[in-house]
Design a protein around this ligand. Structure first.
Ligand code: DQA
Length: 145
């Protein structure tokens, strides 16, 4: 099964959205990085983005039976969504939470993540590299390394 890489609100604007904070890579660039990294490890990814909380919840529910792991950048829903947390807790596949920016070096309201509780680990502050690191983390968890 593929690793689902789920991206939340406003991440469709990457490249032009606050480049000083989020860099100049587009969402399509991030997808390419993930596809290549997964390929190198003999894995596949299913990369998606939505601005809608309910759609993200639906994809997490789908991942329960269709994904081998989940990488989630929930965008601003990170800091608000008990619904995404509950879906992730029900999901029972390994979850890695990713943020492009270092949320702990930013406004206090970004320091709290509701979804970390459901994650094996959290990677933040390394831009697009964080997505590749998350794929590596899932790959080594899978091989027991
Ligand atoms: C983000 C950090 C969030 O605080 C913000 O709302 C985002 C992007 C990141 O990748 O750094 O939309 O998840």
């Amino acid at each position: 099964n593929p690793i689902y890489v789920l991206n939340g609100p406003n991440l469709n604007l990457l490249g032009t959205r606050e480049p000083a904070v989020y860099g100049t890579e587009t969402l399509a660039d991030l997808e390419q990085r993930c596809v290549r990294k997964a390929q190198a490890l003999g894995l596949t990814v299913d990369f998606r983005q939505s601005n809608t909380e309910g759609e993200l919840v639906g994809w997490i529910q789908e991942a329960r039976t269709k994904a081998s792991g989940l990488i989630v950048n929930a965008g601003a829903y990170t800091h608000t969504s008990i619904a995404m947390l509950d879906a992730l807790l029900a999901c029972e596949v390994p979850v890695v939470e990713v943020h492009l920016s270092n949320i702990f070096a930013r406004e206090p309201f970004r320091h709290r993540s509701y979804i970390s509780q459901a994650a094996k680990g959290v990677i933040c502050g390394f831009g697009g590299l964080g997505y590749e690191l998350a794929i590596e983390a899932l790959a080594s968890a899978r091989s027991g390394a």
